[in-house]
Design a protein around this ligand. Structure first.
Ligand code: DAH
Length: 335
């Protein structure tokens, strides 16, 4: 330990400490430096403690003089540390605000907006028209049983209508559905009439790809079953729908045949001067209702089905169905 120091020496040490500490604190650059200074000056083993330790060896009447001086200095240094700490923090915040400043005038990075595929937009538009007429959306599975896809729709085995709807077979009586009509059966099984549904979905046929055929395509099915529905309701509903979709064009019904409707019709619209066949429809065949245990004397209704690709292609003047599936942005960005 150091030799015994006199009152005067201790007072001088305190003076020196005051001057040095004030300078060091004033120059401390950050919080960490200030903390180091605090520990070095005021900590248990700090310089002030050393002076106080030496004070113990002074004669009793001199001790209070040094003690008082030391206490004043301690408070002084604490004050200086606190002041400098505030300054340093303020400066750090100002520096950070400057560094992280956001340039609201900088040009943004361009992210091209995505949008719906024209096919999906067409489905939505068709469904919207029917929901506007009070129809609810229904759906069914794409893997169907022979029963729902054919038999329940009055298409028994060996019926020629099956030849026109060859598809992909999964064995065990299952296949990829060839149309959305099975949704009619599934919906009526689960929901007693009256029903009004619109059923969009993907369907499959064993067709070679060309400009107008694809083995995977989309249909929308419509079914209304209620008391007192007749062909005029079918005609009115289909005409209203087509004129909402295509505009106020001439619409004509031609007698046709579908196993699950009787009478049946195909519907044409006059588009740019040509009659275009756009959908099939008819009054639900009583045989279909009987198969479901629904009394055809009481309940009657109509069904209709359409190909979404055709609607989309006619509306947008698209010449090749394959354009709808190849995801060529140069094509898709036009919509
Ligand atoms: N399911 C028929 C097809 O894919 C389309 C169709 C015709 C649906 C008449 C109907 C309908 O609901 O009444 O060729």
């Amino acid at each position: 330990m150091s030799a015994t120091l006199s009152l005067q020496q201790l007072t001088e040490q305190l003076d020196a400490l005051e001057a040095e500490a004030a300078a060091a604190i004033g120059q401390a650059a950050d919080e960490a430096a200030l903390e180091d200074l605090r520990v070095g000056l005021l900590g248990k083993k700090g310089r002030l403690s050393v002076v106080l330790g030496a004070m113990g060896r002074l004669p009793g009447d001199e001790r209070p003089l040094v003690g008082q001086r030391a206490n004043v200095l301690k408070e002084q240094l604490q004050g200086l540390l606190k002041e400098r700490l505030d300054e340093v923090k303020r400066a750090a915040m100002a520096e950070r605000l400057e560094r992280e400043r956001i340039d609201v005038t900088a040009p943004c990075r361009y992210v091209p907006p995505g949008h719906r595929h024209p096919l999906m937009a067409t489905i939505e538009e068709i469904v919207d028209i029917f929901t506007g007429l009070g129809y609810r959306v229904a759906e069914g599975p794409e893997v169907e049983s022979d029963h729902y896809n054919f038999t329940a729709l009055n298409i028994p085995e060996h019926h020629p209508a099956r030849d026109m709807q060859d598809t992909f077979y999964l064995g065990d009586g299952h296949l990829l559905r060839t149309h959305t009509s099975p949704v009619q059966i599934r919906h009526l099984e689960a929901n007693p009439p009256p029903v009004r549904i619109v059923a969009p979905g993907r369907v499959y046929r064993r067709d070679a790809v060309d400009a107008t055929h694809s083995p995977v395509f989309h249909q929308v099915e419509v079914l209304a079953l209620d008391e007192g529905l007749d062909f005029s309701h079918l005609r009115g509903t289909v005409t209203t729908f087509l004129q909402q979709f295509f505009g106020d064009l001439p619409v004509r019904f031609r007698a046709s045949y579908f196993p699950f409707t009787e009478p049946s019709a195909e519907v044409d619209v006059q588009w740019r001067g040509r009659w275009l066949e756009v959908m099939g429809c008819g009054m639900v065949d009583p045989a279909v209702l009987e198969g479901l245990g629904i009394d055809p004397e009481r309940w009657s209704g109509f069904a209709a089905g359409l190909g979404v690709e055709r609607f989309c292609m006619v509306r947008h003047g698209i010449d090749d169905i394959r354009r709808l599936y190849t995801s060529d942005l140069r094509f898709l960005e036009q919509f």
